[in-house]
Design a protein around this ligand. Sequence first.
Ligand SMILES: C[S@@+](CC[C@H](N)C(=O)[O-])C[C@H]1O[C@@H](n2cnc3c(N)ncnc32)[C@H](O)[C@@H]1O
Length: 334
Amino acid sequence: MNYIGSKYKLSDFIKSTIYSMVGNDLSDKVFCDLFAGTGIVGRNFKKEVQQVISNDFEYYSFVLNKNYIGNHLEINDKQTLIDELNNLPLIENGFIFQNYCLGSGSNRQYFSDENGKKIDTIRTKIQEWKQANSINESQYYFLLASLLESADKVANTASVYGAFLKHLKKSAQKEFILENADFEINDNEHQVFNQNSNELIQHIQGDILYLDPPYNARQYGSNYHMLNTIAKYEQFEPKGKTGLPTYQKSKYCSKNFVLNEFENLIKNAEFEYIFLSYNNEGLMSVNDVKNVMSKYGNYYLEKTDYQRFKSDKTESRNHRANKTEEYLHILQKL
Ligand SMILES: C[S@@+](CC[C@H](N)C(=O)[O-])C[C@H]1O[C@@H](n2cnc3c(N)ncnc32)[C@H](O)[C@@H]1O
């Protein structure tokens, strides 16, 4: 998934920095990814550590992480379930088609009509199976995560869901196919939460805390509202041109609140090592972060050049060029 702030391309930098600070054997460590997003950082450590604790306060992210992190044993009947979902007769009265596709008269076009109907059909069947207890929790989150990932591939947007495109772009014209959201098999059990970081931090402890909060004012709840709508599948009245639901706001996206929120988090964290990803264009300056972290132990800084987030190729041409400095602020808490 092309996700704002994804650390997919920074995985090597993050991993090697963590290993060089903490040591090469992490097999008895508890690793927490507190702002997990797509879950890619926790996924990189799932097989290396004793336990991953994964958290994000957006529900779609919780679903992805329940699958990619929480699921760790083989899923029964995986391919049979996926095949059955791909071959159902389509329903016409589902929430996505009715509210987010042109053919229903909604005036919105986040998906082609056929794909909107297929998303509704599959989402409805997954819920029926859950209600009837014919699938277990692991299967439920595996199927939901598969649906979110596959729907994102055919969305008619410039990658985030703040607006849809006027004409169906090429990838949105493709037929929606439900594809497996595969996860790593691994003996250890992991924990996945859907909470505000500053709440959860008061109830967990471990060895390595990885922090990747939003860097700027872009709220994930509005930019990825469609994924929440598909994941929750609750009725509401979509408003305005984009059909945005009411969404929760993060204090990490607010210049007024971010520093205080960040300091509380660091103060309350019961972890020996804390790593914060941030860049040189974020709401907190390098010195802001350094001043807070230095109060609580030994502080170090690592950095690397990085390509700025782009929504899609067309839009990227209009973007300011291009490199930012990506930091890992490191605290060994005393
Ligand atoms: C920069 S993204 C994380 C990206 C992630 N590391 C990845 O590679 O996919 C920031 C994440 O923080 C989450 N978030 C924002 N405020 C939060 C809060 N107060 N508590 C928990 N999660 C929060 C957002 O939903 C978003 O997924």
